[in-house]
Write a new protein. Structure first.
Lengths: 235, 139
């Protein structure tokens, strides 16, 4: 699909795709915010503060999802030395990190009125913080070496070690007693969010996913430009 | 097929990854006591020795157990097997309610009595509009 022997062609395709995804993102975001802030009902217990969920939960999902993709690509980088995986994983990291921070901050804002505290060192929150640290290490590993080969190795190892944290995040609320409540959306058990509240949650997740694709494309575009300017042999 | 080098690399990476999983598992397992955010009244009941350091106890606020006198609050945390009496003075979070989850942080006087310095509400995973809740209670 993407022809690397003709980078200018790929760049053109990415440029067009960016505009299309940007328009789609704006449309889905407006719809999602309207659903989340206006149409969806308040919660019987938390009343309006439940609306933070429509930012908090999608942001957490996206950040964990992106990290998992980076980790799986990193196996490919270490084993098969796949050049394209390097660019993809490097370009994915910033949006994943941003959504990780959004999840932590909105969680904190949500925690104060409901739990009565901004922060708790429970297993879910701590493992989410650890994910942010892994993101940070991954991104910094591209900046600390002159030799790009070292950066590639280090970042890939950081990503595969970070993958161990992913199931810990997911199951922390089931394995240990935490302040954070167990997951409401389940594959094997009944989902405990009312359907009128699932709607904005789904749309906001789509909006955030589109946003991370957009940021990914912009970063990927820049990385390709860098290679084009250096000459393909440098890759 | 893949060359010999690729196979060796794959073997090496998988070895590193599995060892890392094993190490993580062992570390977390040995830290089990510290990973939990709170103890249940049953855990407290099974303690060999009353700890003098700060402790968190969690469970349900027992129905009809909240007593307020002046600014002092007294209630019972239950895990439906064992119970513990908690006293506290100060503001409680909005979601603190009878029959709902709670975490109390403070010092144990004995196995049945906790002097709390902080009350956190633990909410459950159910989200629904008020009308649906009413309809459910109607049934």
């Amino acid at each position: 699909m993407l022809n690397y022997f003709n980078p200018s062609n790929t760049l053109k395709v990415i440029n067009k795709l960016q505009k299309f995804i940007f328009a789609l993102f704006i449309a889905v975001l407006i719809l999602g915010l309207f659903e989340a802030l206006v149409l969806s009902p308040e919660d019987y217990k938390q009343s309006d503060s439940v609306r933070i969920m429509y930012v908090h939960v999608p942001a957490a999902w996206i950040s964990v999802g992106i990290f998992s993709v980076i980790s799986i690509l990193s196996f490919g980088i270490l084993i098969f030395k796949n050049k394209n995986f390097i660019l993809i994983s490097k370009s994915l990291a910033p949006s994943g990190f941003v959504f990780n921070i959004i999840a932590l901050v909105t969680g904190s804002i949500w925690g104060k009125p409901t739990w009565g505290t901004w922060w708790a060192w429970d297993a879910r929150i701590t493992s989410m913080l650890l994910l942010a640290v892994f993101y940070l290490m991954f991104m910094l590993s591209w900046k600390i070496f002159e030799d790009e080969k070292k950066s590639i190795k280090l970042s890939s190892y950081i990503a595969i070690f970070g993958l161990i944290n992913v199931p810990i995040i997911k199951f922390s609320v089931d394995w240990w007693s935490t302040l954070h409540q167990p997951s409401s959306i389940n594959v094997f058990k009944e989902t405990t969010i009312h359907s009128t509240m699932l709607m904005p949650l789904g749309i906001m997740t789509a909006a955030f996913a589109l946003f991370s694709i957009l940021i990914f494309l912009m970063k990927y575009h820049t990385e390709l430009l860098k290679i084009k300017n250096k000459g393909l042999d440098r890759l | 097929m893949y060359g010999k080098k690729v196979k060796i690399r794959a073997f090496f990476i998988i070895l590193v990854f599995t060892s890392a999983i094993l190490i993580t598992f062992l570390v977390i397992n040995s830290l089990k006591e510290n990973v939990v955010f709170f103890k249940s009244p049953t855990d407290i009941n099974n303690l060999n020795q009353i700890e003098s350091k700060k402790i968190r106890v969690g469970g349900m606020v027992k129905k009809n157990s909240i007593e307020i006198e002046n600014k002092n609050l007294k209630f019972v945390i239950t895990d439906f097997k064992n119970e513990i009496i908690v006293t506290f003075s100060g503001a409680v979070p909005n979601l603190f309610e009878e029959g709902k989850g709670v975490v109390a942080e403070g010092y144990l006087e004995d196995r049945k009595y906790l002097k709390a310095e902080k009350i956190l509400a633990k909410h459950d995973e159910n989200y629904m509009p008020p009308e649906v809740k009413e309809a459910m209670q109607g049934n």
